[in-house]
Write a new protein. Structure first.
Length: 233
Protein backbone atom coordinates (compact mmCIF):
# COMPACT_ATOMS: atom_id res chain seq x y z
CA UNK A 1 0.00 0.00 0.00
CA UNK A 2 1.33 3.46 -0.93
CA UNK A 3 1.75 6.56 1.20
CA UNK A 4 -1.39 7.82 2.94
CA UNK A 5 -2.29 11.22 4.34
CA UNK A 6 -1.94 11.80 8.07
CA UNK A 7 -5.29 12.42 9.73
CA UNK A 8 -5.70 14.87 12.60
CA UNK A 9 -8.71 14.34 14.87
CA UNK A 10 -10.17 16.95 17.19
CA UNK A 11 -11.78 14.85 19.90
CA UNK A 12 -12.67 14.51 23.54
CA UNK A 13 -16.20 15.93 23.11
CA UNK A 14 -16.77 13.48 24.75
CA UNK A 15 -13.93 10.95 25.03
CA UNK A 16 -16.10 7.82 24.64
CA UNK A 17 -17.51 9.07 21.35
CA UNK A 18 -13.99 9.82 20.09
CA UNK A 19 -12.79 6.33 21.01
CA UNK A 20 -15.82 4.89 19.20
CA UNK A 21 -14.86 6.88 16.09
CA UNK A 22 -11.23 5.75 16.26
CA UNK A 23 -12.28 2.12 16.62
CA UNK A 24 -14.41 2.43 13.47
CA UNK A 25 -11.57 4.19 11.66
CA UNK A 26 -9.26 1.28 12.37
CA UNK A 27 -11.89 -1.32 11.46
CA UNK A 28 -12.58 0.27 8.06
CA UNK A 29 -8.92 0.59 7.04
CA UNK A 30 -7.95 -2.17 4.58
CA UNK A 31 -4.63 -3.64 5.67
CA UNK A 32 -2.26 -6.49 4.97
CA UNK A 33 0.15 -5.52 7.73
CA UNK A 34 0.35 -3.19 10.71
CA UNK A 35 2.14 -0.57 8.65
CA UNK A 36 -0.90 -0.20 6.36
CA UNK A 37 -2.94 1.50 9.07
CA UNK A 38 -3.35 5.26 8.85
CA UNK A 39 -1.21 7.58 10.89
CA UNK A 40 -3.70 9.37 13.11
CA UNK A 41 -2.90 12.30 15.39
CA UNK A 42 -5.63 12.75 18.00
CA UNK A 43 -6.22 15.48 20.55
CA UNK A 44 -8.69 14.03 23.05
CA UNK A 45 -9.45 17.24 24.90
CA UNK A 46 -12.44 17.06 27.26
CA UNK A 47 -11.44 20.51 28.52
CA UNK A 48 -12.94 22.17 25.43
CA UNK A 49 -15.65 24.54 26.75
CA UNK A 50 -19.19 23.19 26.38
CA UNK A 51 -20.28 23.86 22.79
CA UNK A 52 -23.87 24.16 24.04
CA UNK A 53 -23.13 27.12 26.31
CA UNK A 54 -23.72 30.50 24.62
CA UNK A 55 -20.60 32.62 24.60
CA UNK A 56 -18.24 29.77 25.45
CA UNK A 57 -14.68 30.02 24.15
CA UNK A 58 -14.85 26.67 22.36
CA UNK A 59 -13.91 28.20 19.00
CA UNK A 60 -10.47 29.54 19.93
CA UNK A 61 -9.65 26.33 21.82
CA UNK A 62 -10.60 24.18 18.83
CA UNK A 63 -8.61 26.44 16.50
CA UNK A 64 -5.55 26.10 18.72
CA UNK A 65 -5.98 22.30 18.75
CA UNK A 66 -6.18 22.23 14.95
CA UNK A 67 -3.06 24.34 14.61
CA UNK A 68 -1.18 22.04 16.95
CA UNK A 69 -2.30 18.99 14.97
CA UNK A 70 -0.94 20.57 11.80
CA UNK A 71 2.32 21.34 13.58
CA UNK A 72 2.56 17.67 14.56
CA UNK A 73 2.12 16.56 10.95
CA UNK A 74 -1.61 16.33 10.24
CA UNK A 75 -2.57 16.89 6.59
CA UNK A 76 -6.36 16.68 6.82
CA UNK A 77 -8.76 17.07 9.76
CA UNK A 78 -11.85 15.44 11.20
CA UNK A 79 -13.91 16.53 14.20
CA UNK A 80 -15.53 13.81 16.33
CA UNK A 81 -18.32 16.14 17.48
CA UNK A 82 -21.33 17.45 15.56
CA UNK A 83 -21.88 20.70 17.46
CA UNK A 84 -18.21 21.70 17.16
CA UNK A 85 -18.73 21.99 13.39
CA UNK A 86 -20.19 25.44 14.07
CA UNK A 87 -16.51 26.44 14.23
CA UNK A 88 -15.46 24.55 11.08
CA UNK A 89 -14.51 27.71 9.19
CA UNK A 90 -12.41 29.04 12.06
CA UNK A 91 -10.70 25.67 12.50
CA UNK A 92 -9.76 25.48 8.82
CA UNK A 93 -8.55 29.08 8.66
CA UNK A 94 -6.46 28.67 11.79
CA UNK A 95 -4.83 25.44 10.65
CA UNK A 96 -4.81 25.86 6.89
CA UNK A 97 -5.99 22.25 6.66
CA UNK A 98 -9.05 20.84 4.89
CA UNK A 99 -11.83 19.29 6.96
CA UNK A 100 -13.78 16.13 6.21
CA UNK A 101 -17.19 17.45 7.30
CA UNK A 102 -19.29 15.26 9.62
CA UNK A 103 -22.53 17.23 9.11
CA UNK A 104 -22.19 17.20 5.33
CA UNK A 105 -21.54 13.45 5.46
CA UNK A 106 -24.69 12.79 7.48
CA UNK A 107 -26.92 15.04 5.37
CA UNK A 108 -25.74 13.52 2.09
CA UNK A 109 -26.32 10.01 3.43
CA UNK A 110 -29.85 10.94 4.49
CA UNK A 111 -30.56 12.33 1.03
CA UNK A 112 -29.23 9.13 -0.47
CA UNK A 113 -32.03 7.14 1.16
CA UNK A 114 -34.63 8.96 -0.94
CA UNK A 115 -36.32 10.37 2.15
CA UNK A 116 -37.73 13.89 2.12
CA UNK A 117 -37.81 14.49 5.89
CA UNK A 118 -35.00 13.58 8.27
CA UNK A 119 -35.40 13.39 12.02
CA UNK A 120 -32.30 14.61 13.82
CA UNK A 121 -31.26 13.80 17.38
CA UNK A 122 -28.85 16.62 18.13
CA UNK A 123 -28.08 19.68 20.20
CA UNK A 124 -29.64 23.00 19.23
CA UNK A 125 -26.37 24.00 17.60
CA UNK A 126 -26.17 20.77 15.62
CA UNK A 127 -29.82 21.07 14.58
CA UNK A 128 -29.12 24.49 13.09
CA UNK A 129 -26.29 23.06 11.01
CA UNK A 130 -28.26 20.02 9.90
CA UNK A 131 -31.22 22.19 8.92
CA UNK A 132 -28.94 24.14 6.54
CA UNK A 133 -27.23 21.08 5.08
CA UNK A 134 -30.48 19.15 4.67
CA UNK A 135 -32.11 22.14 2.96
CA UNK A 136 -29.25 22.07 0.45
CA UNK A 137 -30.32 18.49 -0.26
CA UNK A 138 -33.97 19.61 -0.68
CA UNK A 139 -34.88 17.87 2.59
CA UNK A 140 -36.80 19.01 5.64
CA UNK A 141 -35.76 18.49 9.25
CA UNK A 142 -37.98 16.98 11.93
CA UNK A 143 -36.96 17.98 15.45
CA UNK A 144 -38.09 17.06 18.92
CA UNK A 145 -40.60 19.04 20.93
CA UNK A 146 -39.19 21.50 23.46
CA UNK A 147 -39.71 18.92 26.20
CA UNK A 148 -38.20 16.18 24.07
CA UNK A 149 -35.16 18.33 23.33
CA UNK A 150 -34.63 18.91 27.04
CA UNK A 151 -34.89 15.17 27.65
CA UNK A 152 -32.41 14.52 24.85
CA UNK A 153 -29.83 16.89 26.34
CA UNK A 154 -30.23 15.26 29.75
CA UNK A 155 -29.56 11.87 28.14
CA UNK A 156 -26.50 13.17 26.31
CA UNK A 157 -24.95 14.48 29.50
CA UNK A 158 -25.69 11.16 31.21
CA UNK A 159 -23.95 9.30 28.38
CA UNK A 160 -20.98 11.68 28.59
CA UNK A 161 -20.80 10.83 32.29
CA UNK A 162 -20.62 7.12 31.46
CA UNK A 163 -24.26 6.00 31.75
CA UNK A 164 -25.13 3.82 28.75
CA UNK A 165 -27.46 1.54 30.66
CA UNK A 166 -30.88 0.18 29.64
CA UNK A 167 -32.82 3.18 30.98
CA UNK A 168 -30.82 5.61 28.85
CA UNK A 169 -31.06 3.31 25.81
CA UNK A 170 -34.84 3.00 26.15
CA UNK A 171 -35.27 6.75 26.54
CA UNK A 172 -33.18 7.46 23.43
CA UNK A 173 -35.19 4.94 21.37
CA UNK A 174 -38.39 6.64 22.58
CA UNK A 175 -37.14 10.02 21.33
CA UNK A 176 -36.25 8.54 17.96
CA UNK A 177 -39.70 6.99 17.77
CA UNK A 178 -41.20 10.41 18.50
CA UNK A 179 -39.37 11.81 15.45
CA UNK A 180 -40.73 8.98 13.31
CA UNK A 181 -44.26 9.57 14.61
CA UNK A 182 -43.88 13.22 13.59
CA UNK A 183 -43.03 12.28 10.01
CA UNK A 184 -39.32 11.49 9.93
CA UNK A 185 -38.53 8.99 7.18
CA UNK A 186 -34.94 8.57 8.29
CA UNK A 187 -33.24 9.32 11.65
CA UNK A 188 -29.82 10.95 11.91
CA UNK A 189 -27.67 10.63 15.03
CA UNK A 190 -26.77 14.32 15.16
CA UNK A 191 -24.70 13.86 18.30
CA UNK A 192 -21.76 11.44 18.50
CA UNK A 193 -23.01 10.15 21.87
CA UNK A 194 -26.33 8.95 20.43
CA UNK A 195 -24.91 5.88 18.62
CA UNK A 196 -23.38 4.72 21.89
CA UNK A 197 -26.91 3.73 22.94
CA UNK A 198 -28.89 3.68 19.68
CA UNK A 199 -28.54 1.34 16.69
CA UNK A 200 -30.27 0.62 13.38
CA UNK A 201 -32.01 -2.43 14.84
CA UNK A 202 -33.83 -0.20 17.32
CA UNK A 203 -35.71 1.78 14.66
CA UNK A 204 -38.41 1.20 12.05
CA UNK A 205 -36.74 3.56 9.55
CA UNK A 206 -33.17 3.84 8.30
CA UNK A 207 -30.68 5.06 10.88
CA UNK A 208 -27.80 7.31 9.83
CA UNK A 209 -24.71 7.36 12.04
CA UNK A 210 -22.60 10.23 10.63
CA UNK A 211 -19.65 9.25 12.83
CA UNK A 212 -19.54 5.80 11.28
CA UNK A 213 -19.76 7.28 7.78
CA UNK A 214 -17.12 9.88 8.67
CA UNK A 215 -14.71 7.09 9.63
CA UNK A 216 -15.25 5.50 6.23
CA UNK A 217 -14.72 8.83 4.43
CA UNK A 218 -11.54 9.55 6.40
CA UNK A 219 -10.10 6.23 5.28
CA UNK A 220 -11.09 6.92 1.66
CA UNK A 221 -9.63 10.45 1.67
CA UNK A 222 -6.40 9.47 3.40
CA UNK A 223 -5.85 6.55 0.99
CA UNK A 224 -6.54 8.72 -2.05
CA UNK A 225 -9.79 6.93 -2.92
CA UNK A 226 -11.77 10.17 -2.49
CA UNK A 227 -10.62 13.74 -3.21
CA UNK A 228 -9.37 15.85 -0.32
CA UNK A 229 -12.07 18.44 0.52
CA UNK A 230 -11.38 21.95 -0.68
CA UNK A 231 -10.53 24.65 1.81
CA UNK A 232 -13.16 27.39 2.19
CA UNK A 233 -12.48 30.48 0.09
Amino acid sequence: MGESLTLGVLGGMGPAATLDFLQKLQAYTPIESEQDHLRVLVDINPKVPDRNTPGSLAGPVLAEMAGALRGAGAEVLAIACNTAHAYAGLIQRASGLPLIDLIETGAQAAAGTGAMRAGVLGTKGALKLYREYLAAQAMGLVGLSAQGQDEFMELIYRIKAGDTGPEVKAAMVKLADDLIADGAEVVIAGCTEAPLVLAAKDLKVEFIDPGDLLARRCVAVCLGLEPVPALPI
